[in-house]
Structures are given as C-alpha cells and as structure tokens.
Design a protein around this ligand. Sequence first.
Ligand SMILES: [Zn+2]
Length: 92
Amino acid sequence: MKSEPLDRLSHPIRVSYMLGAKHRRFGLAEESELNRNGQRLLIKTKFKGTDHHQYIWALQCERAECGHVYGSNGSDFHLRRCPKCDGGAPGI
Ligand SMILES: [Zn+2]
C-alpha cells in the first residue's frame, strides 16, 4: 500500500489555497490592498478575530478627511466599510 490516495487528496486543497491567494477568494488579500469601499489593508495581525479561524487585520479608511484606523476580521476585508464615515460596523 502506498500513500498515493492521500497525496491526491491533499494536493487539490493546497492548489486551491494558492489560487485563492492569487484570485482573492476565501478572504485572502495582500497587505496594502485597497478594497472597493476605499478601505486599505494596513497589516495582518496575529491576534484572533471574532469569527472562527479569523485574525484581526488593521484597516484604514483612505478618505482624506477621515483616515480612521480600525480592526476587522480578515474574512470581512473585501466588504468592509469605514465605521466612522461610511456607516460600517464598529471595528474590533
Ligand atoms: Zn472613513
């Protein structure tokens, strides 16, 4: 018996993880990325977020008159709105 079936099983998972990072699926993003609501991803912290398996990411509103910095679950980044000037949920 070889361990091939197991290798074949784990392989697609690793590939989809890498593709996810590239295609911005599964809540993955690069630091300094800007989302569609003008929120910049400053840094991914090591602190646990309020969602399962999520970490807190520090985001900053890019509006010149705002610049609010707050924490968000990594999975929320792409949909996040500024809690201060755009009616988004409070930071964590
Ligand atoms: Zn703002």
